[in-house]
Design a protein around this ligand. Structure first.
Ligand code: T4K
Length: 399
């Protein structure tokens, strides 16, 4: 359906612009035939998990892609974070943004480490190093930076703070495969970095994750921890868990890697189409990757200024939802407003003005293989129409 007039918007009773929902997070897929071949081979070999040949090949691909010495593939990004936090000796208090997916904080809290929520920079949406300094106490053992949306953290400043205060610095790079910071691939900063390969990520292994690092000793420890602490048959030398990546997940990841440049190019084209559609609209701004850095463009992040736009982020999300465009309010509310932090740290929000602002004004829009320029044109038209008539839209939504 086209959106030709205000009355044709679905909130006013018109048919939705899309018959099938457009999701943020529709999985990207490589060549189906190649994946099925690989799965056939796995079934023939009857080697399904425990560091099989596909998992090893996947780890090699990640290492080469990120230019790092070590990769430890895992069953998901959350377990990867938990293993890494434990392996580097985080305990007591660890400084972390609240403006992130809640898994970053949960991975700490799960091991009874207190996440100390820190505010982010309004331009980059990543940890503000000046705010980090203010939160350091004698109990602080580490910092977890998050390259949110693939935007690189201010790695130089965070590394300087970590050195100065003898803190462990790791990065949650769940969104950042294929991105750079300081012109270098994400993956090589801090003691180690963690990727997520969840279905919704630029490259997916159905579920999956990985820890990458140049520190071979740390990687060795992580490999033990990922496999119950088994050093060899019958010999356990460390407290471990089960964080292994299965062969079928690795096969999916390898198939994705064969097509990763296509995934990123599609995202980039979509991003440019969104910019063209949305930048002329008053009150909407499209978050740009930093100049000179490579991005995977996997999240299309729109900041809504309600004063200028005449409508709030939540109102626009509702308008889009009626059209079957399922924009997401990532990351709303901030992690500090989710349990157990909401009850356990009721004052945390006092030092998080930027987080509070972003979590109420940001929406992410669908991209990836499932979206094309024509769909983005229609999304642009919906938003243009709604923003040209804010009073009527608000009145209609209030009914
Ligand atoms: N750190 C950060 C910064 C993260 O963003 C994440 C994960 C992690 C750590 C933890 O990594 P993992 O342990 O997950 O590997 C999603 C994802 O579940 C989550 O992985 C991701 N971040 C987060 C940003 O988004 P939800 O609950 O918001 O969305 P979900 O999973 O319902 O999927 C979104 C939409 O995607 C669905 O509405 C439909 C579509 N979809 C989803 C799946 C799973 C599909 O079309 N097909 C699918 O198979 O969390």
């Amino acid at each position: 359906m086209t959106v030709s007039s205000l009355e044709s918007l679905a909130i006013f009773g018109g048919p939705p612009a899309f018959t099938e929902p457009l999701h943020v997070g529709r999985p990207n897929m490589g060549e189906r035939e190649r994946l099925l071949e690989r799965i056939g081979d796995i079934l023939d070999r009857r080697w399904f998990t425990n560091s099989g040949p596909y998992e090893q090949a996947f780890e090699r691909r990640v290492r080469e892609y990120c230019g790092v010495r070590e990769c430890v593939a895992t069953c998901n990004g959350t377990i990867a974070l938990e293993l890494l936090m434990r392996a580097v000796g985080m305990r007591g208090e660890v400084i972390v943004p609240s403006y992130t997916f809640v898994a970053t904080a949960h991975a700490l809290q799960w091991q009874e480490i207190r996440p100390v929520f820190c505010d982010v920079d309004p331009q980059t949406h990543t940890l503000n190093p000046d705010r980090v300094r203010e939160l350091i106490t004698p109990n602080t053992t580490g910092i977890v930076g998050v390259h949110l949306w693939g935007q690189p953290c201010d790695v130089n400043s965070l590394e300087a703070i970590a050195r100065e205060h003898d803190l462990q610095l790791i990065f949650d790079a769940s969104h950042a495969l294929g991105c750079t910071g300081q012109g270098r691939p994400i993956g090589g900063f801090g003691r180690a970095e963690v990727f997520s390969f969840h279905a919704t990520k630029v490259l997916n292994t159905f579920e999956g994750g990985a820890i990458v690092t140049d520190d071979s000793e740390l990687a060795g420890k992580l490999r033990l921890m990922r496999n119950f602490g088994f050093e060899s048959k019958d010999r356990v030398v460390y407290l471990g868990s089960n964080g292994k990546m299965s062969e079928i997940c690795a096969a999916m990841g390898l198939t994705g890697f064969d097509a990763i440049e296509d995934f990123i190019e599609r995202n980039r084209t979509n991003f440019e189409a969104y910019r063209q559609q949305l930048e002329p609209l008053n009150g909407l701004s499209v978050l740009q990757p930093p100049v000179g850095e490579r991005s995977n463009y996997h999240y299309v992040v729109i900041v809504v200024d309600p004063e200028q736009a005449g409508l709030t982020r939540d109102e626009l999300v509702r308008v889009l939802e009626k059209e079957n465009v399922l924009a997401r309010r990532y990351f709303y509310p901030g992690a500090h407003l989710m349990e157990p932090y909401r009850s356990g740290q009721p004052m945390a929000g006092l030092v998080l003005p930027v987080t509070n602002e972003l979590s109420s004004t940001v929406m992410t829009l669908p991209t990836g293989q499932a979206v094309d320029a024509e769909a983005i044109g229609r999304i642009g038209e919906i938003l243009r129409m709604a923003l040209a008539n804010p009073e009527l839209v608000r009145e209609c939504l209030a009914k």
